[in-house]
Every structure is written in structure tokens, then in C-alpha cells.
Design a protein around this ligand. Structure first.
Ligand SMILES: [Zn+2]
Ligand SMILES: [Zn+2]
Length: 304
């Protein structure tokens, strides 16, 4: 079945909206439903054809999938992907690569067809169950392979890829820089970076869900970054000054542990945490713990 055929079956225009489609189907059902107006074979036939057309249009949309011809402009599909970033990427100083995406349509796994809600007329034989091939003046009639001669199939073309089976990767940019204040789970929308439109329609959007890769060294808590650092026991007794690495390798901060610290001491570096939208930053909170004492090691933490 083609979109044009299905639309004329229901008496609506190609490209009609969902409400018009629903209304046309309700009208058809009211006029022809066999359980309401008896078993008139003509009406029953009209009802079945209309029902098939309706189901086809619900599954495929009322606009033709073809890329050719003066058809109604249709907006391209949005693409939603998860963008994995590091904690350092949240600083917004370097570009994050946008993955190129799977070459195969992820909705239909590359087959170009998806299960339909109800059996639909086989598109290859137009519901006849057989196909006629012409060789010059001769013709042969063979059983349709697509529907095994039944005239009906339980799949319809995948709307996500237009039946091509290829993944519409759209016009997504190769990389982007995260804005200050971006956090795990945020959605970043790049308008017009989705699938190109059809017939002069606008391109869809690229929707990126930000997923921050776990870091064994750093835990995030709101705008703060929590670190865990081990120092020799002697540092806690005598006090010490040492350097810790911030969220990026080039960020280094000198911190000090006061003498006589009683173990497990919190050291804070204000303004070294995650950037906020207003330009300020959260804090680094480092939990400094005594390194475990090795057996026979009297100095604790530091080997002789
Ligand atoms: Zn597909
Ligand atoms: Zn067939």
C-alpha cells in the first residue's frame, strides 16, 4: 500500500494531520462498521480496506516517504544520543568529540521494517499474494516471497530511517564544548543538527544527554569534588604541606595538614570544584587519611 492510496481510501489529503486522520477513520467506522449496520458485503469490504489504510497511516505517517517530487515539507527527525564526558570536560576548556553513531538504523536494526500493530496489505504484491513478472511479451505469475502468498505482512517500513535501514546520522557536529554549569544527566540540544528535513522542511535537533564517566579518584557532590588522599602517619603528627591534583592534570593546589591532626582530616580548596553558570566554582574537599602501616614499619606509610 502507498501513502497516497491509503489517504484516498479514507478521503483525506496526503500530509493530513493526525487529528484529521482519526476523524476520517471514525466517520468511516460510523458509516460502515459491520457490527453496527449489518453484514452488507460492500460496506464490510469498505470497512476492512479503510481499517487497513488507517493502520498503515498510523504506522507510517500521512506523508510519502519518498525523497522525490513536490511533496509536503516535513521536518527532519530529532536524534537523541548519550554523550559520555569526563569530569575535566565539565570545566569547558576542551572540545568533546561527538560519536559518529551506528551505520545501521537502531530502530529496525538495519532491516528497514518494523512490526506493525496489525497485519497490513503486502506492499510487494499489493495484497494479491502473487507477483507478475514480464519478459518481453511473456509474463510469469509467481507466489510473492514477501508475504508467502498470503497478501498480508506483519511489518511496515521503518519511519526512523525511511525504510533504508541506514542510520540517519544527521548533520551532527564532530565536537562541541560544554557550557559552564553542565552536569551529569543534563540535556544539551543543538538545533538543526539532527536529520535533514524533506521537501524543504527544517532539520531536526540533536539531543545529547550528558553522562559523566565515573572517576575512581574524584566523586562529585553537587558543585563540589570529593577526593581521597593518603599520607604517611608522620604527616599527621608533625604537620605537612603537599600538592594535590585538581580536576585537570594542570590544576595543582598546595594544601597543608596541621600538626597534631588526629587522622581522617578534611582539607578544603575553595573555588577548585565544578564551574557554575555564574562563573564561580564549587570546592574541592579532600579527605586525607593516614596510609596503612606496614608490618615492621615504625615510621608509618613511608618505607625506610
Ligand atoms: Zn529503520
Ligand atoms: Zn506479497
Amino acid at each position: 500500500m502507498k501513502v497516497q492510496e491509503a489517504c484516498s481510501e479514507l478521503g483525506i489529503e496526503v500530509g493530513a494531520d493526525a487529528a484529521t486522520l482519526k476523524l476520517a477513520y471514525r466517520r468511516l467506522a460510523r458509516e460502515t462498521r459491520p457490527d453496527m449496520i449489518g453484514q452488507d458485503p460492500v460496506l464490510v469490504d469498505r470497512f476492512i480496506r479503510g481499517k487497513l489504510a488507517y493502520e498503515y497511516l498510523v504506522a507510517n505517517g500521512t506523508s510519502p516517504p519518498s525523497l522525490f517530487g513536490g511533496e509536503t515539507p516535513r521536518r527532519g527527525r530529532d536524534i537523541s544520543i548519550t554523550l559520555e564526558v569526563s569530569i575535566a570536560d565539565l570545566l569547558g576548556r576542551s572540545d568533546v568529540m561527538v560519536p559518529p553513531g551506528s551505520p545501521v538504523c537502531t530502530v529496525c536494526d538495519g532491516s528497514g521494517r518494523v512490526p506493525s500493530r496489525a497485519p497490513v496489505r503486502c506492499p510487494d504484491c499489493n495484497g494479491q499474494g502473487h507477483v507478475i513478472r514480464y519478459f518481453g511479451t511473456m509474463s510469469t505469475r509467481t507466489r510473492c516471497e514477501s508475504c508467502h502468498g498470503t497478501g498480508e505482512v506483519s511489518t511496515c517500513p521503518c519511519t526512523a530511517c525511511g525504510g533504508s535501514g541506514k542510520n540517519p546520522i544527521g548533520v551532527r557536529p564532530p565536537s562541541l564544548r560544554l557550557e559552564r554549569g553542565t552536569r551529569d544527566g543534563d540535556q544539551v540540544v543543538i538545533q538543526g543538527a539532527g536529520v535533514p528535513g524533506i521537501g524543504g522542511g527544517a532539520a531536526g535537533d540533536l539531543r545529547l544527554t550528558i553522562s559523566v564517566r565515573p572517576d575512581p579518584r574524584v566523586k562529585l557532590h553537587g558543585d563540589d569534588a570529593l577526593l581521597r588522599i593518603r599520607r604517611p602517619v608522620s604527616d599527621f603528627v608533625r604537620g605537612a604541606e603537599f600538592e594535590i591534583q585538581g580536576l585537570e592534570s594542570r590544576e595543582r593546589y598546595r594544601v597543608s595538614l596541621p600538626s597534631g591532626s588526629s587522622g581522617r582530616t578534611h582539607v578544603m580548596v575553595p573555588g577548585a570544584g565544578l564551574p557554575r553558570r555564574d562563573g564561580t566554582r564549587g570546592n574541592i574537599v579532600a579527605l586525607v587519611e593516614p596510609a596503612p602501616v606496614e608490618p615492621g614499619d615504625r615510621r608509618g606509610g613511608e618505607r625506610p
